[in-house]
Design a protein around this ligand. Sequence first.
Ligand code: PLP
Length: 392
Amino acid sequence: MPSLAAVYLDHNASAPVPEELFPESEKLLKQGFANPSSIHEAGRRSRRLISEAAEHAAAFVDCDPEDVYWTSGASESNSWALHSAVQSALEKNPSRVPRLLISAIEHESVQLAAKALAARSDSRAELHSIPVDADGVIRVEALKTRLARDADWDLISVMHVNNETGVIQPIEDVVAAARSHGVPTHVDCVQTLGKIPISLKRLGANYATFSGHKIGAPKGVGFLAIQGEGKRLTALVHGKQQKGLRGGTENPVSVAMFGLVLSEMGKGRLAYPKGLEAWRDEFEAKMRDAIPGAVIHGKRARRLPNTTYVGFEGIDGDGVLMNLDLEGVAASSGSACTSGSVDPSHVLLAMGCDKAMARSSVRFSSGRNTAWPDFEKVLEVLPGIVRRMRGL
Ligand code: PLP
């Protein structure tokens, strides 16, 4: 059995640290060991690494460096944004119930944070959902109609790109519609970073979340960028760091590595292969020819060129993944494993798929080091796996 996947098609879950950055990363490990709050030279060096990373991050996503807050990743950033919106609403008017409007396809970290706020006895936030169409695209017209009827929301949360389908959302329209009614917005930009250029200043969202490990920085580092009226943040993790808004000693090494990746990307290095979109289209066409009943999710929508999410009628996606793993291919499913049972993807259910189709789905997501032979390997083994599992 191979110990490491020869073919790694799971970049939407996590991307490897680029090998060309290993020497610089080693230097950062040596330079950034001290506590950035210490006043001695070593501490000041760690502090400088964090400030430089904030400059790189702000330049990459077009916001002000002082509005970048480092976190443990996008899950924390998402929780923090929702918490801040609800807390600010309660501070303004303790007797009013805070109201959140969340898209049906948000990452679990948004969905569960919203549910937790709804369950909290002091907030009891009211939750409402924004629907998507069969291709997984937010129904902007439904959102506009709703806002025209009822604009009393404390936050609208919509992701820029869906992590399962790779479908790109009409985020400019969503934010513009919300702003025209004075409603604050949160955008989960985790799958956008490095794949689609983003300008937060132009977009105008109040909160935007990012994660390092999806683009080759280490896991456990992300940031939340804020802008707009009030720039509202209320502490979720208490302590004196980061203006008293996010306690806990910052991690200068990981933060600096995140900054380094963004700086390199900003210079046009660490680019994705040019052929990605053509490869994806050929991969999908050949897969559909070879496997009857293969359904590509979000096919008609604008999608990231690196993502293919496919259902195989009649079989279990996790079984497909295990068989692919035995062949040295790493892919992923959209299902979340909860207390021993596999839940069908909430994204596919929101798109109108039935549970069986949702459970049968597998995601292939390519990255910087992907080449066409990686897809060929999948095309070589996948039809046989599906046939065997279907008992044919
Ligand atoms: N949001 C989206 C869209 C994601 O794809 C992920 C990662 O799976 C997250 C949030 C959570 O990111 P992190 O692993 O940094 O907590």
